[in-house]
Design a binder for this molecule. Structure first.
Ligand code: ADP
Ligand code: ADP
Length: 216
């Protein structure tokens, strides 16, 4: 199954994607995580990407396309992937469609997670990541276990000014993909992400289950 998680920065795509990956046995493919790995490793790609990320701008499409192509060629992604934070504009959506078609696949469903803007800023400024496992926590809503507290890090781009700019980029460039996928006839579900993590997860699983039972 190939599934896209759409939603503003901080909507909960990474959190829901990680839970779905565990339950469905399909890898989560998060372009933001791949870029942050490249930044940490100091690769030329990472150095180029960092400038855009720190400014809250999108990294150029060709960089992203190369990374996703490489990821999809790995054996664990042969039966599908959960795309988190990708595609982010129409050109990326088109190239993903072509890449999947070359593999004889297509997008099975799109889940758009909706969260009010005020909640988003609060979520992102409280977001913390465990660099060893990649797990994402929140200082209030989803606290990390005591044993990992000491090593949690905050993302450089989760400062309030950058968050506001990223939200603007989302509204102008990424949100139109909801209409794009609706027009393309792919099953598209909108879920209210302003609820506890497990509730949102339950609804997504139910919607995907309904899709599966609707398939001939
Ligand atoms: P969030 O989970 O908060 O939405 P991401 O981790 O997906 O953030 O992305 C962080 C940053 O990485 C983005 O602001 C952007 O600079 C870059 N990025 C991630 N994915 C993409 C993509 N598909 N296209 C362009 N830039 C991307
Ligand atoms: P995204 O990948 O869309 O940017 P994340 O999954 O990283 O979003 O979530 C952003 C922050 O909000 C994290 O700190 C996460 O722990 C927290 N969070 C995620 N889902 C919820 C939820 N349903 N309720 C409250 N906080 C949440």
């Amino acid at each position: 199954m190939d599934l896209i998680l759409l939603g503003a920065p901080g909507a909960g795509k990474g959190t829901q994607g990680a839970l779905l990956a565990e339950r469905l046995g399909i890898p989560k493919t998060a372009t933001g995580d791949m870029l942050r790995d490249a930044v940490r490793q100091g690769t030329p790609l990472g150095r180029e990407a960092k400038r855009y990320m720190d400014a809250g701008e999108l990294v150029p499409d060709e960089v992203i396309l190369g990374m996703v192509r490489e990821r999809l060629s790995q054996p664990d992604a042969a039966a599908g992937a959960i795309f988190d934070g990708y595609p982010r504009n129409a050109a990326q959506a088109e190239s993903l469609g072509r890449m999947l078609a070359e593999l004889g696949r297509s997008i099975d469903a799109v889940v758009s997670i909706d969260v009010a803007e005020e909640a988003i800023v609060q979520r992102m400024t409280g977001r913390r990541t465990d660099p060893e496992t990649g797990r994402v926590y929140h200082v209030v809503h989803n606290p990390a276990p005591a044993e990992v507290q000491g090593r949690l890090v905050q993302r450089d781009d989760d400062r309030e000014e950058t968050v506001r700019h990223r939200l603007e980029v989302y509204r102008t460039t990424t949100e139109p993909l909801v209409a794009y996928y609706r027009a393309s006839g792919v099953p598209l579900h909108t879920v209210d992400g302003d609820r506890p993590i497990e509730q949102v997860q339950g609804e997504i699983l139910e919607l995907l289950g309904n899709d599966a039972s609707a398939r001939p």
